[in-house]
Design a protein around this ligand. Structure first.
Ligand SMILES: CC(C)(COP(=O)(O)OP(=O)(O)OC[C@H]1O[C@@H](n2cnc3c(N)ncnc32)[C@H](O)[C@@H]1OP(=O)(O)O)[C@@H](O)C(=O)NCCC(=O)NCCS
Length: 186
């Protein structure tokens, strides 16, 4: 599905646009993601797992056609600098109330309020789509993201021991977090 385009001002004073990307943004999305995976070890993909434009086109088209999925991009000066997405957990009837969230921001724009705008939008649209809970997994050492999620009402519900093995051979646990949407007004 498509979200409504909005403008907002970053904490550094720059103007930003929040929107649903279309296939014309596929190259930009690939450039964005391939930059971000080199800036953090807290995303699933390593720098070697770069996205190709064709993969982004398929992702954008599939998401636009899916009833219960959406992408939220943020651009500054026509360049994508932040990205979030919501996707139904599975197609199983008994799991249709659950969705999963992904989020990232380019490091040059960290602490400018970009993720907060993306989170607020994803929560708003998840409720509109009828989801009852948003779920995610986050690396135990990813304090920025854990703080962000707690700020938006997510609680820790469990963890997976040694779920991530880094290229240097060290391991990291994943924390499970979720936000209950049922008790909140639209
Ligand atoms: C986590 C991430 C998305 C935060 O994005 P951001 O745009 O910098 O976040 P915001 O500026 O909107 O900050 C929102 C909240 O996040 C938390 N936060 C963000 N950066 C933080 C930091 N460096 N240290 C501690 N908390 C931090 C704070 O609670 C902050 O609220 P506050 O400003 O009231 O203190 C960003 O650091 C990122 O993209 N990291 C790499 C990718 C990633 O880890 N994605 C999540 C995978 S599970």
């Amino acid at each position: 599905m498509k979200i409504e385009e909005r403008n907002f001002t970053l904490k550094n004073g720059e103007l930003a646009i929040l929107f649903s990307p279309t296939t014309k943004d596929a190259q930009q999305l690939a450039d964005y993601y391939n930059t971000v995976i080199k800036e953090t070890r807290f995303l699933a993909d390593t720098p070697e797992e770069e996205k190709k434009i064709a993969e982004e086109i398929i992702w954008i088209e599939n998401t636009a056609n899916a009833e219960k999925e959406f992408i939220v991009a943020v651009s500054v000066n026509d360049k994508i600098i932040g990205l979030g997405n919501i996707k139904g957990m599975t197609n199983h009837i008994r799991a249709k109330h659950r969705c999963v969230l992904g989020i990232s921001v380019q490091s040059a724009y960290w602490k400018c309020g970009v993720a907060s705008q993306i989170m607020a939008t994803m929560i708003e649209y998840s409720k509109i789509l009828g989801f009852e809970q948003i779920e995610l997994e986050v690396c135990k050492q990813n304090i920025s993201a854990i703080n962000l999620y707690k700020k938006f009402g997510f609680i820790e519900t469990g963890y997976r021991y040694n779920a991530v093995k880094y290229e240097d051979g060290t391991y990291e646990d994943l924390i499970f977090m979720q936000k209950d949407l049922k008790g909140e007004l639209l």
